[in-house]
Design a protein around this ligand. Structure first.
Ligand code: HEM
Length: 394
């Protein structure tokens, strides 16, 4: 089988991969990175963390860039931040955040409705407010975080690594300014997830204390975790909101099911709409040894890009990429990844998205706008702008 050459940068991820995937489950960028387009092949890579390492960056990424026992210890320590008790505590709080935002958007709007960009006006603002509320950060950070999100987005779109680094450093400064007063306050620091990270103990030896069996997180690890949570969350929630509202505006019967059905049904609808148009496009790995993938011989050190958007539309796994069928497709859905690095934030993401949709759809009808939307390009997917009209329900 000959391997097609494919450079996904700057292309709309779905149209760029739909035809190519039919030709081959693997492609190669001009600089030699393997692009995994098939569902089966994506799973083979992410479930085999020994042969496909996540240590792909020069920079510390916790837990995303870790492997093996260190990764497992960090996941075991931080996964409970997304556990059922924490989600139960957050549910009413997030409903309040969503209700406040929807009220602002509908303020003074009559039956002619109001046109908004679902990504910027709804998704991004909700993501920042939900995140700051969850982590116990001051509401005054909202403008700074919104500004940071758009700069981060532009930097990753540009592919300019030094720009991405600068934006990451600015974010680290914001985080350090939140950690410093908590460290100074000691036992009197507010009881929130940010303080809880400062107090976390890991079952790993402390290199500075001979014979020790556990240690605290180092400051750079806390900053990296919070960057992973915030950076991963804010942009993705905004993009997911765009995808969901664009779909709902064109399918009023789905809007009804999302609003009036059970939370489980709403979550299944959300997952399936995101499978069809997955805005969280790809993650990277590096081969740790010679390995065969889809009949191709990969060398040790070969770089691999797992293309979730393509894998989630693979017709060998799903009857047809665009056929909406939550019941049939849920077990193979890869929107939140798979294997040891599977997204720990999935319960929070689902809670945020379902809450926002249900609150919005109870207060307003969502209709298609007269102006066309604009699709995103890799490294992200979904919509750059998703205009929809909100008409208050009486
Ligand atoms: C909004 C929708 C979201 C999507 C579509 C999404 C998707 C993903 C995917 C596909 C992965 C796997 C990465 C890999 O295999 O290399 C991942 C990992 C991760 N996600 Fe999410 N995510 C979302 C929201 C969140 C949220 C809300 C948080 C936390 C607040 C979060 C935190 C993380 C972290 C920390 C990892 C790295 C896990 C590890 O490497 O062990 N994500 N996410």
């Amino acid at each position: 089988m000959s391997i097609p050459t494919f450079d996904p940068t700057g292309l709309e991820p779905r149209s760029a991969t739909d035809d190519l995937r039919a030709e081959s489950p693997l492609a190669r960028t001009p600089d030699g990175t393997w692009v995994v387009l098939g569902h089966e092949e994506a799973l083979a890579v992410v479930e085999d963390a020994e042969r496909f390492s996540s240590a792909v960056s020069r920079f510390l990424q916790v837990p995303g860039g870790l492997d093996g026992a260190e990764h497992a210890a960090l996941r075991a320590a931080t996964d409970p931040f997304f556990g059922p008790a924490e989600m139960d505590r957050l549910a009413p709080v997030l409903r309040g955040v969503a209700a406040g935002l929807v009220e602002e958007l509908l303020d003074g709007v009559d039956e002619r409705g109001t046109e908004i960009d679902a990504v910027a006006a709804l998704g991004a603002v909700f993501a920042v407010r939900a995140q700051t509320t969850w982590l116990g950060w001051p509401a005054e950070l909202e403008p700074e975080l919104l500004q940071w999100m758009s700069e981060n987005h532009e930097a990753s779109r540009s592919g300019d690594l030094s720009r991405t680094r600068e934006v990451a450093e600015r974010f680290d400064e914001i985080i350090r300014s939140l950690l410093a007063p908590r460290i100074a306050a000691g036992q009197d620091a507010p009881a929130d997830p940010t303080t809880a990270l400062l107090r976390l103990r890991l079952p790993l030896p402390d290199p500075d204390v001979p014979g020790s069996e556990e240690r605290s997180l180092r400051e750079e690890e806390i900053v990296s975790i919070l960057r992973n949570w915030t950076g991963g969350d804010l942009g993705s929630i905004a993009l997911c909101t765009g995808v969901l509202l664009a779909a709902v505006a064109r399918a009023p019967e789905l809007a009804e099911r999302l609003r009036d059905g059970s939370e489980q049904e709403a979550a299944a609808i959300v997952d399936e709409l995101l499978r069809i148009d997955d805005p969280f496009v790809s993650n990277r790995r590096v081969a740790t040894c010679p390995v065969t993938l889809a009949g191709q011989a990969l060398e040790e050190g070969d770089r691999v890009m797992v293309h979730w958007t393509s894998a989630n539309r693979d017709e060998r796994a799903f009857r047809s990429p665009d056929a909406f069928d939550p019941a049939a497709n849920s077990t193979r859905n890869l929107v939140y990844g798979a294997g040891p690095h599977v997204c720990p934030g999935r319960p929070l993401a689902t809670l945020e998205l379902v809450t926002l949709l249900r609150v919005l759809l109870s207060a307003a009808q969502v209709r298609p706008a007269g102006t066309p939307g604009e699709r995103e390009v890799a490294p992200v997917g979904g919509w750059a702008h998703a205009p929809v009209v909100l008409v208050p329900r009486r």
